[in-house]
Design a protein around this ligand. Structure first.
Ligand code: SAM
Length: 245
């Protein structure tokens, strides 16, 4: 999968996209991440990329021409690329969006700065607007890194064990059950005995119950869309009455 990231701060990507799982994915040719300096596409002598907003008000707005020229230059090599704008005004970039994006072969991500980008960028070039959550970041770079990282996990071969993304939080509509590893006791806190029992059916039942409990306590909104069987519903009813007690 190919990501072309349009940014005024390419150095920010050093580290998050050059270490660990993402680095290995790049080395193995599963991911190709290219950074493009938007300023290189400004044509005036001072390489200006922003200007004051029409209508007045605080802050600066990223100009349309350098971004347009940068997208068009990238599109010469990536004619079918899906163009994404990072913006707090976008659709929430969640697990479903990451899975969807992983189906694409070529993706261009525009990182905004200042008050954002001239609306004509969206109007003329953008396929999707994505927000990483109901917070305002200083720029789209961190959002772009989040999108690349979360999407990469769904590219076949990127994760060490192929099924692990399917077991994670959100994959089945629930938050994940808790994990433990050695030692079995730490400062008086012990691992739940069922996990030491070797009884796989009991472990699976315990994990499902814990996933339901965590979701009910932390993100009850997810339960409205989760696929639940009759055992789950009974378990939830028990948990609800326990929590209310
Ligand atoms: N004035 C804008 C608004 O109120 O919607 C906020 C602009 S923000 C300071 C600058 C840039 O950061 C945005 O253009 C966008 O690229 C990025 N950004 C900020 N918050 C974001 C979020 N939650 N998700 C994705 N990108 C975000």
């Amino acid at each position: 999968m190919k990501f072309d990231i349009l940014t005024l701060f390419p150095a920010m990507f050093e580290g998050p996209l050059t270490e660990s799982i993402i680095r290995r994915a790049v080395e193995r040719g599963l991911l190709d991440i290219r950074l493009h300096q938007i300023r290189d596409f400004a044509t005036d002598r001072h390489k200006v990329v922003d200007d004051a907003p029409y209508g007045g008000g605080d802050g600066m707005v990223m100009k349309v021409e350098p971004i347009a020229a940068c997208i068009e230059a990238v599109k010469v090599e990536r004619p079918h690329a899906r163009v994404i704008l990072t913006t707090p005004r976008g659709r929430l970039f969640d697990d479903a969006a990451a899975r969807e994006l992983a189906q694409e072969d070529e993706v261009i991500v525009i990182c905004g700065r200042y008050e954002g980008v001239d609306e004509r960028v969206r109007e003329l070039f953008v396929d999707d607007e994505f927000s990483i959550g109901d917070v305002v970041l200083t720029g789209g770079e961190l959002a772009a890194m989040v999108m690349v990282d979360a999407t990469a996990r769904f590219i076949p071969g990127v994760l060490g064990s192929p099924g692990s993304a399917e077991m994670d939080t959100f994959s089945n509509g629930l938050l994940e059950y808790p994990h433990y590893t050695r030692p079995a006791e730490f400062r008086g806190s012990t691992v739940p005995p069922v996990l030491l029992s070797g009884n796989h059916a009991e472990v699976a039942r315990w994990r499902r119950r814990k996933a339901l409990e965590k979701t009910l306590r932390t993100r009850p909104d997810l339960l409205e869309r989760a696929v639940l069987n009759s055992n789950d519903r009974q378990c939830l009813a028990e948990l609800e009455s326990e929590i209310c007690r």
